[in-house]
Design a protein around this ligand. Structure first.
Ligand SMILES: Nc1ncnc2c1ncn2[C@@H]1O[C@H](COP(=O)(O)OP(=O)(O)OP(=O)(O)O)[C@@H](O)[C@H]1O
Length: 365
């Protein structure tokens, strides 16, 4: 189990992690979400002892990472994708890591097989594609057959088959009782993978709950209604509520003529329709997607808004422009938010040196 208690980290005037408390339980996949710059990577680095917090603690099964006797047997980590600059073969890269930790050579072969790199094991890792580099990083994380896995954006650079592979791998590991803590920007992927979510914004905790509870808590609940008498039903639903009835009901008409009702349950709508002798062809509660719930819940915590208005000549406001397609707070791949250089590129005076290599690709450099 990972336990984070009252953890805070500042870089100069910037608070990257703000009194964060949560725990990550074994036997399930915990997704770690937050807008760009929310502090996810910093939190993971703090858990892995790669940065020193100003206050608070982060422990793995009650022990700080730096105090773990055999860290790779306890925790495997893949930090955010970086280029693999190694002239070593994938095999030798893993072998160096294994030897530094007293792990048997057979774990190198097993890990390579697990991530599907056996055939290219003798090839120079520096020549690997982003996806192959990710697989190598995951092989390094799995080397010590650790109880806890910390994965920062593991699907980054993977093709659909690779995404499916890592999803199934994480599910199998969680089912085997391991603790899986994984960050991702891909909400649809997280919705299919995670059992539990820890959501942060501007370094502070926004949610620590199941995916279902998180979605249910987002305010966008609506019911889709199909009826041959839409205007009669809309009038019924929107009329001044009687004592004890739901207030603030809104009814919108979709392009296909169906009604989208907010502020009432499907049951209430059905009963009103029956009382008014309105025929219903469909009555379906609409569940927000994880992406919609995430946008709703993190709206106040998004730091980096792209200035889409100026790029689209205001088309965003009118609908149908780029602004409609790109969620706020999500920079395009490779874009660096203003003032937010990736941690790897920043001066290292504020970082503690890792006691042992933790992340795959660059660890043995
Ligand atoms: N070494 C550092 N020096 C200065 N500021 C830093 C450093 N590392 C992170 N930050 C800042 O701390 C904040 C949190 O960054 P972090 O990389 O942890 O966020 P994140 O949630 O992982 O973001 P993303 O989703 O974009 O990867 C950002 O504002 C970032 O600019």
């Amino acid at each position: 189990m990972i336990e984070v208690h009252d953890l805070s980290k500042r870089y100069g005037a910037k608070t990257a992690v703000d009194h964060l408390t949560f725990s990550v339980q074994p036997g399930r996949i915990t997704g770690f979400l937050g807008p760009n710059g929310a502090g996810k990577s910093t939190t993971m680095r703090l858990i892995l002892g790669l940065d020193r917090p100003q206050s608070g603690t982060a422990t793995i099964d009650g022990v700080r990472y730096a105090d773990l006797r055999e860290p790779l047997r306890k925790v495997g980590a893949l930090l955010e994708a970086r280029a693999v600059h190694t002239g070593r073969s994938a095999y030798n890269h893993l072998l160096c890591l294994a030897q530094s930790q007293g792990l048997p050579r057979k774990r190198v072969e097993e890990s390579l097989a697990l991530v599907g790199l056996t055939e290219v094991a003798k090839k120079r890792a520096g020549g690997f594609s982003l996806g192959m580099g990710q697989r190598l990083g995951i092989a390094a994380a799995l080397l010590g057959d650790p109880q806890v896995l910390i994965l920062d954006e593991p699907v980054n650079g993977l093709d659909p088959e690779g995404v499916l592979w890592i999803r199934n791998l994480m599910k199998a590991l969680a089912a085997a009782g391991k603790t899986i803590f994984v960050s991702s920007h891909l909400m649809s992927e997280m919705a299919q993978t995670a059992d539990h979510l820890v959501v942060i914004g501007r370094g502070a905790l926004i949610a620590d709950e199941s995916v279902d509870a998180f979605i249910a808590r987002s305010s966008d609940h609506s019911v889709l209604v199909r009826t041959p008498q839409p205007s009669q039903l809309a009038k019924e639903l929107e009329r001044t509520p009687a004592e004890g009835e739901a207030d603030g009901v809104t009814v919108a008409t979709a392009e296909d003529g169906s009604l989208i009702v907010r502020g009432m349950t499907a049951q209430e709508i059905g009963e009103k329709a029956a009382a008014a002798r309105v025929v219903l062809h469909e009555l379906t509660p609409q569940r927000a997607s994880l992406e919609e719930a995430f946008m709703e819940m993190t709206r106040g915590s998004v730091e980096y808004h792209a200035d889409l208005e100026s790029q689209t000549g205001g088309a965003g406001a009118a609908g149908g422009g780029i602004a409609d397609a790109v969620p706020p707070g999500f920079a395009p791949p490779g874009a660096v938010p203003p003032g937010a250089a990736p941690p790897a590129a920043l001066p290292s005076q504020d970082r503690a040196e890792p006691a042992v290599p933790t992340s795959g690709s660059e660890a043995a450099e």
